[in-house]
Design a binder for this molecule. Structure first.
Ligand code: OXD
Ligand code: MN
Length: 602
């Protein structure tokens, strides 16, 4: 087998040996080493148009853009088939599925033996974080999916450019991915190859390896994203003293031109992309996007916490995105986009639920079937996605690719909570904020397979993404300020855009009006806006509600800290905390005891 090593760009023997080993194991018909060029992008797209995986959209409406329809069995992350293969079960902790590394590796070697027959192996070197930043880390993914290779091109810094900073280093995360459907001689391919019966996504945090088999969708297959930038990176961050978090990063400028950066952790499909690119409904305020999903953070020599976005593009949830809810996303999607599982219009453009107020009379749905509104089924899958370069976002922050990162003034924690949690409240300290982050809960969404709409606790929005024992992860959070002084650390806040009235309707308009909450946070980080102390933290005495149509009663309900509801909440947190046993840091138990005491006194 001729492996096209790019010897003109690198002589890295460890890399060549590793790739050669994977070629010998997977036995592809050919190997393509991705250089990251535009010509390569076109070649990959062309191959997939020919195989029926993607179809071109109308170039006049959506230039250089494509639509993929996945196999209906392969539409979301599969948490129950995702494993952390650390040495001992206790290293993975109670919130992860653990598997023994030795037996899992031999199972994988069996699955991967000959798994790429009849296909091309793509070798994708990629860099997470700006190329020359100290926090950046390199990975290499081998995959038999051109869809994955093309999506990696849109969402990471990848190709030959990455081989220079890698140099001769053996220090790269090894990512092995296969659709798990080899082709026998003469066997016809299907448009979305996958193998749901044998699906497995296995992480080996100790040896920094990721092996994924049987799925071609999103976080299961784009191994740079959830698998590396969160699960494996969280272990690296613990070992090296930094943080890998499921957070957006935004820049916010006030009417006087003062700029700050905030990070915010929300579970999947809770509006991170919308918040990160928001158009504020407050005159003179501006929001710019550094990242919409993942942040790597580290305390630097000046004592402040800095963040970079390890990614280089967006893999966003399409349904619900419109020029009302997220005009900047709509601007991002004008051209050079890969859509997956949205509907197609007769004119050759895309549509999804929420894109327009009125449903089109006739579409081809995400399953490729004729669709009319009367049929009552969704035209786009609820976890349908768009994949696009970050640089295309009309409000991309000028510092999004700055190797120095951006200094963070506030961190927000949120989730979908129909009751109990007020619109916004401020933690009393870093430890109290860590407590708030460790207890966030949310209604489950379509981003992962399983039941939608159940409330589950999702600490720091990392429940599916923390690569080690969650109790130790809490301890790591508590340790972060050790190298600095508390006044230099970001202030921490809880938020809830999703509180509902008795009739089930949302009390808060959300989207651009969330700027009113960001304004209060901005001013709090300057020690300015007024706040009232409650048993759960500081809440605003007032928000800027100019030109907003929300009744006083609704505002009261949004801000209410109901003692009875909170007693139940504290009891449920106490029960949740029992899962972590002796790994739960004493500081968090003390925070919970303090909350109980304050509630009893109120
Ligand atoms: C995502 C997710 O794709 O969180 O970002 O599921
Ligand atoms: Mn996410």
């Amino acid at each position: 087998m001729n492996i096209p090593f790019p010897s003109q760009v690198t002589q890295n023997e460890a890399l060549f040996d590793w790739v050669a080993g994977k070629v010998a194991l997977c036995q592809p018909d050919s190997v393509h080493w991705c250089d990251g060029s535009d010509a390569e992008y076109q070649m990959l797209a062309q191959r997939m148009v020919e195989s029926g995986t993607i179809e071109p959209l109308n170039p006049e409406l959506r230039p250089n853009s494509f639509l993929a329809h996945s196999d209906p069995r392969d539409v979301a992350r599969v948490e129950e088939q995702t494993f952390i293969c650390s040495k001992r079960p206790v290293d993975a902790g109670p919130t992860n599925n653990w598997r023994d590394p030795k037996t899992t590796k031999s199972h994988l070697l069996g699955l991967f033996d000959g798994c790429m027959k009849g296909r091309t192996m793509y070798v994708v070197p990629f860099c997470l974080g700006p190329l020359d930043s100290r926090i950046a880390r390199i990975g290499v993914e081998v995959t038999d999916s051109p869809y994955v290779a093309l999506s990696m091109r849109l969402t990471t810094r990848c190709g030959h450019d990455v081989l220079r900073p890698l140099g001769q280093s053996e220090n790269f995360v090894r990512c092995v991915h296969s659709l798990g459907l080899p082709l026998e001689e003469g066997q016809a391919d299907v448009s979305w190859p996958c193998n749901p019966e044998e699906r497995i996504i296995a992480h080996f945090p100790d040896t920094r390896q990721i092996w994924s088999f049987g799925s071609g969708y999103g976080g299961n297959a784009l191994l740079a994203k959830k698998c590396f930038a969160l699960r494996v990176a969280s272990v690296m961050a613990r070992d090296e003293g930094w943080m890998a978090e499921h957070m957006l990063i935004l820049g916010i400028t006030n009417p006087q031109g003062k700029k700050k950066y905030f990070a915010a952790a929300f579970p999947s499909a809770c509006g991170k992309t919308n918040l990160a690119m928001m158009t504020p409904n407050l005159p003179g305020w501006k929001v710019e996007c550094v990242g919409d999903d993942i942040a790597w953070l580290r305390v630097k020599a000046d004592g402040r916490l800095y963040a970079v976005n390890p990614e280089f593009g967006f893999f966003g949830v399409a349904p619900g995105t419109s020029s009302q809810t997220n005009p900047a996303a709509i601007g991002t999607l004008k051209r050079d986009v890969v859509f997956t599982n949205v509907a197609r219009t007769p004119e050759g453009d895309v549509w999804w639920e929420g894109l327009t107020d009125k449903k089109p009379p006739h579409l081809t749905d995400w399953r490729g079937q004729d669709w009319t509104p009367e049929g009552g089924t969704p035209a786009a899958h609820p976890n349908a996605r768009f994949t696009a370069r970050a640089s295309q976002c009309p409000v991309i922050d000028p510092a999004y690719d700055d190797p120095r990162g951006v200094p963070i003034s506030a961190i927000l924690f949120g989730g979908r909570r129909p009751s109990t949690i007020p619109l916004v409240y401020q933690a009393r300290s870093w430890a109290h904020g860590t407590f708030i982050g460790s207890t966030i809960a949310s209604e489950t969404t379509a981003a992962a397979s399983g039941q939608v709409g159940q409330i589950r606790r999702d600490p720091m929005a990392m429940l599916p993404f923390c690569g080690y024992h969650m109790g130790d992860y809490f301890a790591h959070w508590l340790d972060i300020p050790e190298s600095t002084t508390p006044d230099k650390m970001p202030r921490l806040f809880g938020v809830n855009w999703f509180r509902r009235a008795a009739d089930g309707s949302f009390l808060w308009p959300g989207f651009g009006d969330n700027a009113r909450v960001l304004k209060w946070i901005f001013e709090r980080t300057d020690g300015q806006a007024d706040a009232l102390e409650t048993p759960i933290g500081w809440v605003p005495t007032e928000l800027d509600l100019s030109k907003l149509n929300v009744s006083d009663e609704d505002m009261d309900q949004l801000m209410t800290v109901d003692t009875e509801e909170w007693r139940r909440e504290a009891a449920s947190i106490r029960e949740f905390y029992t899962r972590f046993g002796e790994h739960l840091p004493a500081e968090l138990r003390a925070e919970l005891d303090e909350l109980d005491r304050r509630l009893a006194a109120s």
